[in-house]
Design a protein around this ligand. Sequence first.
Ligand code: PMP
Length: 422
Amino acid sequence: MNRSTVWHPFTQHGLEPPMKRIVSAEGAYLIDEDGNRLLDAISSWWVITHGHRHPAIMAAIRAATEAYDQVIFAEFSHEPAERLAGGLIEVAPAGLKHVFYSDSGSTSVEVALKMALGYFHNIGRPRDRIVVMEQSYHGDTIGTMSIGERCVFNAAYEPLLFGVDRLAFPQTGHEQQSLDMFESFCRSGRVAALVIEPLVLGAGGMKIYDAGVLAGLKEIAERHGCLLIADEVMTGWGRTATMFASEQAGITPDILCTSKGLTGGALPLAATLCTSDIFDAHLSTDRRKTFFHSSSYTANPIACAAAVANLNIWRHEPVVERIENLEALHRQKLRRFEGDTRFSNIRQAGTIAALDLVAPASGYLAEAGPRMRRLFRERGLLIRPLGNVIYLMPPYCVTADELGRAYDAIDDVASIVLGSVG
Ligand code: PMP
């Protein structure tokens, strides 16, 4: 057993060999201490959008360090945070007007929950229920675990988790059922917000649903005066082909959470955007109506400068074309698995492609998961299946050849794991 001093995330040290060190990263690759180049086909947990160490982002970080380290963000402001907020409002769905900074996806969702409850509290009509979708994942804090799927990830912490109302996942053909469930929850008049991953449930297994459902949910929320919180932590920054997935439903959420690709993946930063109604409910001469949330590293100026550089990349480089190319490549390469009985649920949302290995067991603990992960590593690829769900979410700089290697490896590894080789 490896009694590692460094305790790694989502890692059973009793089963894993000592970790290889990564010594550098560039473009679509991680380079380990033995000089192996690993194709980062999952964008280092979905954060890297353009590629590792994009020169403009690295330069912006270096420049920012000439002026800043962390500076307190209460009582003072700074240019990187202000420029970033302006830029975010430009690219976000119209109607989001205020930006609150934090430092991870989980905290951006915690902030959103507090904004929603704070809104109803401050307008004198308190509401106390949150609605979520089955199979969702929103982070690993107590609050975000509470609103996420109850599963092996959080079974031990169950006594501390609060109750929420859960919508059935909108299976194709059964969308109305989820909409009806939402409407019935809303009728209680107690629902403060629906928290939802727009279009794709990421850690829940890359489950994709129709944009029309999201539009329908927003319509119901509006009718019942309930807020819609879009957790775009994974889906933001082009992953589903549009800048934010909410755009595809033609909606503006009341609150939008973003992190991961916000800095192009270079530094930790998160933002929770909200409408004027929510901000104004906290705007008062009464100090009790303050939005009481802070974290030491909120709006870190170096991270904000990295995010401003990321916005400039979106403005000045052909990012949209790269995304369209990647989308087309996935579509073309996924075709080889059509009708292949080793796989089911072959699916794609923009730059995300996923398919389920028809393995004896499914779910996160399915043995096929770690086995496939090791086999991918041996083939020079970083791919971490979610149980029997294999997915690719590469940075946008990936080439057709590199993606081809990933698909070849999926073909090969699936055969080995299913024992249909040799
Ligand atoms: N929301 C979603 C949709 C996510 O995919 C994640 C992370 N995978 C989070 C929230 C939590 O983000 P973080 O790990 O940065 O706290």
